[in-house]
Design a protein around this ligand. Structure first.
Ligand SMILES: Cc1cc2nc3c(=O)[nH]c(=O)nc-3n(C[C@H](O)[C@H](O)[C@H](O)COP(=O)(O)OP(=O)(O)OC[C@H]3O[C@@H](n4cnc5c(N)ncnc54)[C@H](O)[C@@H]3O)c2cc1C
Length: 391
């Protein structure tokens, strides 16, 4: 067993750190306040070649895995981007690149991967529906055969980044669930341009992560060519797991990096701020929670590396991705909450940054998979307890 990052992994860590260093906390506060996509940061990542980490060299990337992607996300998050790091990489490197590298046809790879690698193509994924969030197999958006192609009808909700995206991974039903209880049968994956005729996009206002928009989408008789289908019709669920597990890995990396960042802000403040004649960091009532969250974040980091290592080798990783995501989301949000506590009244102001990370980190208790569903997974698949829900 070797716990050292190898030379290539250290190069990713240092290279990304170098790029991210040029963008300070004020840059990210401004992107949040103006609800603005961080164009300059995006360009800097692209110019450094960091958007193509998981893309094979023949399509313009560096051919590395989700472990290197996690290392990069941690660095970007910890540099000041916080949860924005997750959104930048998940939408493009996971929803787009990982899915297409794993399951796309040669034609789909040629069409999408070079743009994803050089940052000229942004991506999104449309899975969640008003009546199917946690309960994914209940989706009712349909893709029906229509001549040579497909006709899509339905609704999706909470779709991140679709207003800017030139590519979308769509999960739709091409057949009803089977009567034998195989609820995940009949799901198919498609790649399309979200600006296709018949797609209506409406923004949703939300609490945080304002650098990325969230939208409701209506599909009305949207025509797709036969070539839009990814892999085998009706077998989308198996393939989708190869997107959802890396999404969890990337989410954990985001939480670990952002957790490190808020702890650093808390520690710096606690060492400087004097009340009753001594730095407030001397009080164990403030210090112990910070130490606890640090311990949990380090555990999540290690388990996440193991999850990514397993995924990159085609090994089962669901137990690790769920456990790591559960611990990381909890620890990062609690760390941000404690960082606010350490800052006293100043923590509630935008000047001190912590409130932004607190708002943003709250999301990861619910999305991309809720804490309850990670616990359901662990109870059922790791501990072997009976499933507590169905339908
Ligand atoms: C900012 C944001 C960005 C998002 N981006 C995307 C995106 O880009 N693409 C996309 O497809 N989706 C996206 N989502 C959707 C996200 O994945 C869902 O919100 C999430 O999966 C939860 O689904 P839901 O909101 O429908 O909650 P529901 O399914 O209605 O669940 C509500 C609550 O009930 C709990 N619950 C449900 N069933 C059980 C059970 N069996 N046991 C215990 N508890 C249970 C859940 O854990 C949750 O706390 C995004 C959401 C947000 C808020």
């Amino acid at each position: 067993m070797d716990f050292e990052l190898d030379e290539g992994q250290r190069a990713v860590q240092q290279g990304v750190r170098h790029v991210a260093r040029a963008f300070d906390l004020d840059y990210w506060r401004e992107a949040d306040a103006r609800h603005r996509f961080p164009e300059e940061f995006w360009r800097a990542l692209a110019d450094g070649g960091w958007l193509g980490i998981v893309i094979p060299p023949e399509f313009g990337g560096s051919g590395l895995g989700t472990l290197e992607l996690a290392i990069a996300i941690e660095e970007v998050a910890a540099s000041g981007a916080g949860a924005a790091a997750g959104f930048l990489f998940i939408l493009n490197s996971v929803f787009g690149a990982v899915t297409i590298v794993k399951h796309g046809s040669q034609e789909q790879k040629r069409r999408y991967l070079p743009g994803l690698a050089d940052g000229t193509l942004e991506f999104c994924m449309a899975l969640t529906e008003p009546d199917a969030g946690t309960n994914t197999p209940r989706i009712t958006t349909t893709a029906r055969r229509d001549g040579d192609g497909w006709l899509v009808n339905g609704q999706k909700v909470f779709i991140s980044g679709v207003d800017r995206a030139g590519g979308m991974l769509l999960v739709a039903r091409t057949a009803p669930p089977e009567g034998d209880g195989s609820r995940t049968r009949g799901l198919s994956l498609f790649l399309l341009d979200p600006r296709s005729p018949g797609i209506d996009i409406r923004p949703i206002e939300k609490l945080g992560i304002h650098m990325s928009s969230t939208s409701f989408i209506h599909f009305d008789q949207v025509r797709l060519p036969a070539s839009a289908l990814v892999g085998e019709e009706g077998r989308g669920w198996r393939m989708l797991l190869d997107t959802l597990n890396p999404e969890r890995i990337a989410t954990t990396a985001t939480c670990v990096g952002t957790g490190d960042l808020v702890l650093r802000l808390a520690v710096d403040y606690a060492r400087e701020r004097k009340v009753f004649g001594a730095p407030i960091g001397t009080h164990q009532g403030l210090a112990f929670p910070l130490a606890q969250h640090k311990a949990q974040l380090e555990l999540a980091r290690l388990m996440n590396y193991r999850a990514a290592w397993a995924f990159d080798r085609g090994m089962p990783c669901g137990a690790d991705t769920n456990m790591a995501k559960y611990v990381a989301a909890e620890a990062a949000f609690r760390a941000a909450d404690q960082a606010m506590q350490v800052h006293g009244g100043y923590g509630y102001t935008t000047e001190y940054h912590v409130e932004r990370y607190w708002r943003d980190l709250r999301l990861f208790r619910t999305a991309p998979v809720s804490q309850e569903m990670t616990l359901n997974y662990i109870a059922e698949h790791v501990l072997g307890l009976p499933k507590s829900y169905g339908g």
